[in-house]
Design a protein around this ligand. Sequence first.
Ligand SMILES: Cc1cc2nc3c(=O)[nH]c(=O)nc-3n(C[C@H](O)[C@H](O)[C@H](O)COP(=O)(O)OP(=O)(O)OC[C@H]3O[C@@H](n4cnc5c(N)ncnc54)[C@H](O)[C@@H]3O)c2cc1C
Length: 378
Amino acid sequence: MDFSLTPQQEMLRDTVRRFFQTEVAPIARVCDDEERFPKEMIRQWGDLGLIGIRYPEEDGGSGFDKLGECLAREEMSRVSQAFASTWSVQAHMGLWPIWRSGTAEQKARYFAPGLKGELVSCFGLSEPEGGSNIRAMRTRATKVPGGYRISGSKMYITNAPIADFMLLAARTRPELTPEAVSMFIVDLPNPGVVIHKLAKEGIRASETGLIHIDEAFVPDEALLGGQEGTYPIILESLSENRVGVAANCVGMAQGALDAAIAYARDREVGGKRIGQYQAIAHKLADMAAQIEAARWLVYYGAWRIEQNTLDAATAAKVKLTASECALHVTEQAIRIHGGAGIMRDHAVGRFHRDAFVYVIGEGTSEIQRNIIARSLSL
Ligand SMILES: Cc1cc2nc3c(=O)[nH]c(=O)nc-3n(C[C@H](O)[C@H](O)[C@H](O)COP(=O)(O)OP(=O)(O)OC[C@H]3O[C@@H](n4cnc5c(N)ncnc54)[C@H](O)[C@@H]3O)c2cc1C
């Protein structure tokens, strides 16, 4: 087993660290307060090759493997999970399925400009009636001459208020099977689509929408890959992305630990730096150990993806462990800050609010446990 990083992976990590420290850190708080994402930054990511980190060079990407992507995600989330979430949808959820199974025309029209940050994507899967039960999806696409008419609604869709197109899941057959659901690429704005921006408690700088779709027409060319029943591609995409968002969780936890260590070194109470109190030092030691364990599990998940052996239960274990670690560590960071942890001047409160999103989004912890339990032949 070789645990070392390649010089290229280290260079990528340093590039993302530098960009997020210099460009994102100074605005992370104000964007969180104002609940807005600076859309022009997506173009900057495109120019730096950051959206295409994981895609092959021959397809316009930067040619890194999944571990490279995870290292980049950690550095993003160490500064702002809201920015990292925007990146995650742009780089993976909205583009990967098009790269994986889109037609040549769809790749030229959406994937290539998406990698450059010229078009912003969003991914519409969850619905108001229940994001955890995708099989019961109600959004329906009906075949009409020249295309499809789509009606339904989508809930909590990241990037929707700033998106130029949406990769949308809709039922094309009545059965409750994955193959009854198809994927469409919907240009935005569309006269049949209305997007309401939602106010949030976590990842507030990322823009999130509730989407109503009323008899929206899309042409035949909008059907992903030119064929119905492509939802199984999304299941593959979700499993792979669970390892990616687990890397985000490690990054959030690390950001909170960094802040807590700095605070513990600085803050003096009762004539001592608080880091010299064993109660605080042990808390920090546990946080460091838990992050280390989650990080190596994430890297193992990335390695399994590269071996083409990632199964749903492993992806669920990785996501469950890292997201619960981030939630716990960010809470400990607030405790170490005392009253300061509740103040917005300190980032640990934001890290904790953001960590909460990830025991829910991309499949709740309960759903991850269901997936793991199914693999135990109970
Ligand atoms: C900030 C944010 C951004 C998001 N971005 C996107 C996006 O870009 N695209 C997208 O498609 N979705 C997105 N989501 C949706 C997200 O994936 C869903 O919120 C998530 O899957 C949970 O669905 P739900 O909110 O409807 O919860 P529900 O399904 O209503 O679940 C409620 C509770 O019941 C539990 N529960 C449900 N079913 C079971 C079961 N079978 N066994 C045990 N417990 C169960 C859940 O674990 C949870 O605790 C986002 C969500 C958030 C919060």
